[in-house]
Design a protein. Structure first.
Ligand code: PAF
Length: 284
């Protein structure tokens, strides 16, 4: 496994790798969710690369950039064990050299939901993803469905800029009690950890209601609100049932308004971490 720290090193290492290259972008603190993306990449591609970069531009003031978990040695051994060919683990200066001024902005898609709660977040994500795609030239890039809006933003960015990469969205990996695996779960106290499955419980209730025939957006959003209200430690940031392409809130999950299906998502604050989760409902 080669480890590149600079743009120059990653460029020369990349040229030796067979096509297609499968890429998994990470901020480190690797877990079973990342493992599943890398295994899928290995199964579908001739070579695989991963990045480890805690991207400062996607964190807002007062967010957890300074405390984001970092353990590069553990991450590198995990990547080596998974058979990764190339790791790009640059410094902040390498990605954003002095005077860096260009940003990539996907417009309203990046301003809703997570973008409303975390202004500028998706500009930071879209910018770094564009830089890393350009440096690594993947044929396919693999992302987890848990970050539902992020995958929608990245698909739009790839389409709008005509980038020659296929975005592959892979299923969310969950703990046995339903909690979506996330690097931020390690911030949770034992009490918070016990409360955290409230997100997947809320989504499960939405799915059950939908399968019983409930299509009304307000009633499905209300179901998530009342479920989260059952947990004293949890405070709801948002509960959304939105068109999976435009992220417009839906009056009804069925019909033409939701031609691409619905993204059902929620964000919940626990005292030590803010967690997100989502699921897709097909239209019709
Ligand atoms: O999902 C993440 O870990 C990050 O948002 C990403 C895609 C690596 C960009 O920094």
């Amino acid at each position: 496994m080669r480890i590149a720290r600079t743009r120059l090193e990653v460029g020369s290492a990349r040229r030796t790798l067979p096509e297609p290259l499968g890429l998994v972008l990470t901020m480190g603190a690797l877990h079973e969710g990342h493992d599943s993306l890398l295994r899928r990449a290995a199964a579908e591609c001739e070579s695989i690369a991963a990045t480890i970069f805690v991207n400062p531009t996607q964190f807002g003031r007062g967010e957890d950039f300074g405390h984001y978990p970092r353990d590069e040695a553990a991450d590198l051994s995990r990547l080596e064990a998974l058979g990764v060919d190339l790791v790009f683990a640059p410094s902040t200066q390498e990605v954003y050299p002095a005077g860096f001024a260009t940003t990539v902005d996907v417009g309203p898609l990046g301003e809703r939901l997570e973008g409303a709660a975390r202004p500028g977040h998706f500009r930071g994500v879209a910018t770094v993803v564009t830089i890393l795609f350009d440096l690594l030239g993947p044929g396919r890039a693999f992302f987890g469905q848990k970050d539902g809006q992020q995958t929608i933003v990245i698909r739009r960015l790839v389409r709008d800029l005509g980038l020659p990469v296929e975005v592959v969205v892979c299923p969310t990996i969950r703990e046995p009690d339903g909690l979506a695996i996330s690097s931020r779960n390690r911030f949770l106290s034992a009490e918070e950890r016990a409360a955290a499955p409230v997100l997947s419980r809320a989504l499960a209730r939405v799915r059950e209601a939908y399968e019983r025939g409930e299509q009304n957006g307000d009633r499905l959003r209300e179901l998530m609100r009342t479920t989260v209200a059952e947990e004293d430690l949890a405070a709801l940031d948002y509960a959304s049932v939105a068109d999976a392409r435009s992220l417009d809130e839906l009056d009804s999950v069925g019909g033409a308004a939701a031609a691409d299906g619905a993204l059902v998502s929620l964000a919940v604050r626990l005292p030590s971490a803010r967690l997100i989760d989502c699921l897709y409902l097909e239209s019709g």
